[in-house]
Design a protein around this ligand. Structure first.
Ligand code: ATP
Ligand code: MG
Length: 373
């Protein structure tokens, strides 16, 4: 999957952009605050309909301009799509092949894209909510429709919360909410656990190949409703048993929730973590190891998508590789060439890199981007 070209006006400081991209490596370079990350965010916006640095749509539009528009030609296997997004005030309009898209579900998932940014390096130290989002984002690439389940789950959860705050509890209504929550929770938890199980061995392999042979990594799912942490060392996973335990615990928690008037457990409180040689990576891995672990997780995500669905998602690397030494840098690029993703990488200096094959370079100066041949 790759973006052939893009045309954008007034996306943040990128006033008028018109570029053809390479289907392999695109290197975006320039000094600080010129617009490199803005270009990546513009691509991210095309895939996810939101930015990765701000929650508000209006911040993506140039602050002096009423309208921002982005057009891109996407090649996905044999299919081609003309994508167009228009941002006006707080409104977003979406077009595919010149027809307006009315349901988000019809759009999300067309473009599979994965982002690695400096913030991701500290994911293990971050809040459970940030980690859950990161996991759900990986999952979303794998199974775009899960987003709807997550949205529905949140909607029912909010309705339940307000019902729990009412003066008089309506037990019948709460039962209905709990039943609906169970339905969506099952889909979310199955998806998360099966996904972690599937990438567990890949994560370790990526770490060994890219960084250090002598370490084993293990993923864990930490559930608010299952007593034991789930690790994925076994050859097979009995997900139905996990779900049965989940259900019986959830049903026990319900009376408590009605007494305390708040939701106490469920996928909205779950977390995940990584062990390195059987020790918590969050507590024991060095800064450099944590960076390597998170980059390996990203590679495992890409590798799995390619292996299971034959999809090579577009990869955005914002300002990360400059911290790798030349040998690891070389291995990373070899790996990326193998999964044949279209890569967009930003850097303040080309000197940091040893590119293994022809790359297309772009220089960014004050919101203007020039292709360098
Ligand atoms: P660095 O190397 O420091 O990461 P960068 O090239 O990635 O820099 P960007 O994050 O892309 O820089 O930001 C470039 C500029 O865009 C910044 O000066 C920022 O103030 C400006 N900018 C951000 N949002 C908007 C907006 N909505 N309208 C106009 N300019 C904006
Ligand atoms: Mg930047």
């Amino acid at each position: 999957m790759f973006i052939q070209n893009i045309k954008a006006t007034h996306f943040r400081n990128l006033e008028a952009l018109e570029l053809e991209f390479s289907r392999d490596f695109n290197i975006i370079y320039g000094d600080n605050a010129q617009g490199k990350s803005n270009l990546l965010e513009c691509l991210f916006f095309l895939a996810y309909l939101k930015g990765f640095r701000s929650a508000k749509l209006a911040e993506l539009r140039h602050y002096d301009q009423p309208v921002c528009s982005i057009e891109a030609k996407l090649s996905a296997g044999k299919a081609q799509y003309e994508l167009r997004l228009v941002l006006e005030e707080n409104r977003r309009r979406i077009f595919v092949d010149n027809s307006p898209v009315l349901r988000l579900g019809d759009y999300l998932g067309i473009m599979r894209l994965s982002l690695f940014e400096p913030k991701d390096v500290s994911l293990l130290q971050n809040s459970p909510a940030t980690r859950r989002n990161a996991l759900d984002r990986m999952l979303f690439n794998h199974r775009p429709l899960l987003l709807q389940d997550l949205d529905q789950y949140q909607k029912v959860l909010r309705a339940k919360a307000s019902s729990l705050r009412a003066e008089q509890l309506d037990h019948k209504l709460l039962d209905v909410y709990d039943e609906q929550l169970e339905h969506f929770a099952q889909r979310i938890i199955y998806a998360r656990i099966q996904y972690l199980f599937a990438i567990n061995a890949l994560l370790s392999n990526c770490f060994k190949t890219l960084f250090d042979e002598s370490y084993d990594l293990q993923l864990e799912y930490i559930s608010s409703s299952i007593r034991q942490k789930l690790d994925f060392r076994e050859d097979s996973l009995s997900i139905d048993m996990v779900w049965a335990e989940y259900l019986s615990n959830m049903r026990r928690v319900r009376n408590n929730e009605r007494m305390r008037r708040s939701s106490l457990a469920g996928p909205q409180r779950d977390d995940w973590s990584i062990q390195i040689n059987a020790k918590s990576a969050k507590l024991y891995a060095s800064q450099g190891q944590q960076r390597a672990i998170m980059l390996s997780l990203k590679m495992a995500e890409l590798f799995y998508l390619k292996q299971s669905q034959g999809i090579s998602p577009i990869l955005l690397l914002d300002d990360v590789s400059s911290e790798l030494d030349p040998e690891r840098n070389r291995r990373l690029f070899e790996f990326l060439a193998e999964i044949s993703s279209q890569v967009f990488l930003t850097t303040t200096s080309l000197r940091y890199f040893n590119f293994p094959k022809a790359v297309q370079k772009y220089e960014v100066i004050n919101g203007e981007i020039q292709r360098k041949d």
